[in-house]
Design a protein around this ligand. Sequence first.
Ligand SMILES: C[S@@+](CC[C@H](N)C(=O)[O-])C[C@H]1O[C@@H](n2cnc3c(N)ncnc32)[C@H](O)[C@@H]1O
Length: 484
Amino acid sequence: MRLAFGEDSCPERKIHCQPTPRKFWCCFAYGPHLIHDDRVIVQLAMSPNTMKDQQQIEIVRMAHGGDGIGYLEDGRIVFVPTTLPGEVVDIELVELKKSYAKGRVVEIVEASPERVDSECPYFPKCGGCQFWHTTYEHEVELKTEAAWQTISRISKLDLPEARVVAAPEDRRYRSRVTFHRAPAGEGQGWKIGFYRANSSELLDINDCLITDGLLNEVRRALEPALRDVGDCDFILETADEESVVVTLMPERNLRTKMPPSLKTFLQTLDQNPTVRGLRVVGEDEDVVFGDITVDGEEVLARPPVDAAHVPSANFRQSYRDMNGQLVDEVSGIIDRLGATSVIELFCGNGNFSFALPDRVERFVGLEANPAAIESAKGLAKLARLDGYSFRVADLSEGFVEPLDEMVDDFDLVLLDPPRAGASEVCDELAQYQHLEAIVYVSCDPACLGRDLKTLTNGGWEVESLTMFDMFPRTSHIETVAVLR
Ligand SMILES: C[S@@+](CC[C@H](N)C(=O)[O-])C[C@H]1O[C@@H](n2cnc3c(N)ncnc32)[C@H](O)[C@@H]1O
């Protein structure tokens, strides 16, 4: 018989395929196929149109992203949100593709002993969290295992086990949050909140359980102030235990004509005990009211002028305690490795840079956001770090002259790219064998898997993996990989 994909056997079957006497119902990548004597003998036909739209399935494991995974009658993989491994569920199909499907729970037939009632009234409608249906301990177990499997499947490497650092608090931990404001519907006022999962429908959320209580309070207090502002996003960030900085990003430019409701709010800003300052982001210039500093630095919001791939507001971790642990881990690794010269890629405004061990005498930080670089330069000057420099650089195409020459001069590269990873940069780093180590901080296991594969193809080895839960109750996980 003809081999369906030219493969002798399913390369994924150790992890994903469910063995039956003479066949494997296979995974996402290859679709269902029959195996005999370890050879794929036939690819099974997919029949989307004849598929029953309701089925009973067993959830066999968890996908990175938080969906439970099961198999349909024809062997196709199906992703079902709000389920747990071991559960038997009746599902309705909401999407049917050639090699996978998505389902929605109609009824839980056999619940996992790990299932709990959600404490969040917005779960699972709100797209912000994926894990209020189980305990925090079980969530950490499931999502770190799913992330490790994703890195392993994509990198095809024999990876070390990951050390896991769970969070001390799984609620009220966010000290920075972005709310959206949009019309609730014809004549129905406005909503302020977050989007539904996979939808552009906004949910009105007036108390988010993972967000600091003070930020929720300010979100409610801002409702009348925003009455005449129209569609907007706004970032709230705690400055200290009692006050918050607001960054308002209106759809229309408010600089020339401040709406009356906001004007009234601003007139009494200096007597407001909770809102310390407010920045209104304008098309080409911002307007600042009150004090907009957090930890001695101005909250930044200006989009970079010359880098197309950069987020519009500067990046700052929202879970401060966990961020401290992550930064300490990275600094500890660099100290243990004895590096004295470090180049940091995607350095933001210096979250890791200013916590590097004292032995690091030479340092260059590269980042595309000019405002973040300005802020880092200011801090380096204040701290009298003479051997430290920060430069604006767009790394989406890899290193640019003369940065590639510069890498030759350093012991260690630290990188913390955005969600899309750093494929171009890794193509080049793979060749730089003179480096002592690469420390890669990643918020996306799939892109990390891809980039680790590139680096190991160039001769690097993955020495350790540590996972930090920076975002309890969501499917996100931060991984630190050390390569030697
Ligand atoms: C995950 S954040 C890390 C920032 C910093 N390490 C921290 O912990 O705050 C990724 C950073 O990459 C920057 N960035 C995004 N695209 C970039 C690009 N093409 N070139 C350089 N930097 C970029 C972002 O502005 C952001 O500061």
